[in-house]
Ligand binder design. Structure first.
Ligand SMILES: Cc1ncc(COP(=O)(O)O)c(C=O)c1O
Length: 435
């Protein structure tokens, strides 16, 4: 009996969808058979409700836990913070420390603000940028959270998010006040952005995008975007919620040497503890004083402590380099076992977040089978791996050895033309086709 699925059935009766995040739904991995809940997570190991232990090669907290789960140094710092009080009438000094650290890494920036989640931080950045430019419209590329400003793009054209997120995403419940003002453009397609600015009275004051998702920028794409922003008096916002502090300490824009006007971080800056950050040029950030952006829980001390400790560890141990090496080994391993078993695959993503695709029309079915069979071998595995400091060469070797065995089974299934799935095929997850 899968205790996790049993609990999920109960949860679905009292929580819409059963949980709070689409990407953590069982249906995204292995419908009806995914362990669904955990008792304990430590390093890169996860214990489910049946006390089965798995290595996590399926996301590590949706790419957040770059140091591994329940990191001892963070735990120690947090326990100290808890004992000294995590909430108070007065402010936590760690907030100032964290701001100083972020600004010292990003010399182009002059001020920081903090909140808790990624989508929320995007909303804050958008508000500040709008207040500064006094222009209503936004050009966006990629995924930036669940908020009205973003989803509203599908109000003017229900296909606007198709190449960015979920095809046919509904706008039910979204305010139509942003209708016609949120315009998509596409990664490495500078003409798609130019076209938006060519329109008369476009009123675009913000360009928001990830510096990179699936593929690297080509033809100086980021520099070209930056120059279009400058020419049109629009602010460039880099959303580094997923990319930041993984491949490169600070973020990918530092590596690509293109500075935005504002940048957003979340997820791994606190190794999964709730903390997100918006940094920007001083004259822009100061406008936050003239618009109301304020929340009680943004002052919580633990997020600041988690982020301070995470950043210190990432820097001192040069973890970014290490995890990119792990990712390269995984990508190389996938290529080798695919060749050996005569399976067509596609690989994308930054080295530290490699993404696997089976190049067949039934990719989703094969991925579901891959997850099903890897689970039997003690791995939470899907299409995307988040490399982290808790991995080591031995664990990665074990993963690739198991994947090789499953690839062999996949070859047989391809020949027979049937994949013996216990349940349904998984749902397609966010299609973040920024690359
Ligand atoms: C680029 C990007 N922006 C925004 C978000 C939303 O962040 P959150 O889920 O913390 O609200 C995500 C989450 O995956 C993301 O990858």
């Amino acid at each position: 009996m899968n205790k996790g699925q049993k609990l999920l059935k109960k949860a679905k009766k009292i929580i819409p969808g059963g949980n709070q995040l689409l990407s953590k739904r069982s249906e995204m991995f292995l419908p009806d058979y995914w362990p669904a809940y955990y008792k304990k997570a430590k390093g890169c190991k996860v214990w489910d409700l049946n006390n089965k232990v798995y290595y996590d090669f399926a996301g590590m907290g949706v790419t957040a836990c770059v140091l591994g789960y329940s990191d001892d140094d963070i735990n120690k710092a947090l326990i100290q913070g808890l004992k000294s009080g995590s909430m108070c009438t007065l402010n936590a000094t760690e907030e100032v420390d964290l701001a100083k650290e972020l600004l010292s890494i990003h010399k182009w920036s002059g001020m920081a603000k903090f909140c808790k989640s990624g989508g929320e931080a995007c909303m804050v950045a958008i508000r500040i940028a709008r207040a500064f430019t006094n222009k209503n419209s936004i050009a966006f590329c990629g995924y930036h959270g669940w908020h009205d400003w973003y989803l509203a793009t599908n109000m003017s054209n229900s296909k606007n998010l198709d190449k960015q997120l979920l095809p046919g995403l509904k706008t039910k419940g979204v305010s139509n006040s942003f209708k016609n003002s949120i315009k998509p453009f596409f990664y490495n397609d500078i003409n798609s952005l130019k076209k938006l600015f060519r329109k008369k009275n476009n009123n675009i004051g913000i360009i928001i995008m990830e510096p990179m998702r699936g593929v690297k920028p080509s033809n100086n794409f980021l520099k070209q975007v930056q120059s279009i922003a400058k020419k049109n008096n629009a602010l460039l916002i880099f959303d580094e919620i997923t990319s930041g502090f993984k491949d490169n300490y600070g973020g990918l824009h530092l590596k690509f040497k293109v500075n935005p006007d504002l940048a957003i971080f979340g997820k791994s800056i606190g190794n999964g503890y709730p903390i997100s950050a918006i940094i920007g040029r001083k004259e822009i950030m100061q406008v936050a004083q003239e618009t109301f952006i304020s929340s009680t829980m943004w002052t919580d001390r633990l997020g600041f402590i988690a982020a301070k400790t995470t950043l210190k560890k990432l820097k001192q141990l040069q973890i970014n380099k290490k995890i990119s090496i792990y990712g390269k080994i995984i990508k190389k391993g996938w290529r080798e076992i695919a060749k050996k078993n005569d399976i067509k695959i596609g690989i994308s993503g930054q080295d530290c977040i490699p993404v696997l695709r089976f190049d067949y029309p039934n990719n989703m079915e094969i991925l579901t089978y891959f997850t099903q069979e890897m689970l039997k071998k003690g791995f939470l595995a899907g299409s995307q791996v988040t490399t982290n400091y808790a991995y080591n060469h031995k664990i990665i070797k074990k993963y690739l050895k198991s994947a090789d065995i499953v690839f062999k089974k996949i070859r047989t299934c391809l020949e027979v033309g049937k994949f013996p799935l216990k349940g349904k095929i998984k749902h397609s997850t966010f299609r973040r086709l920024t690359g």
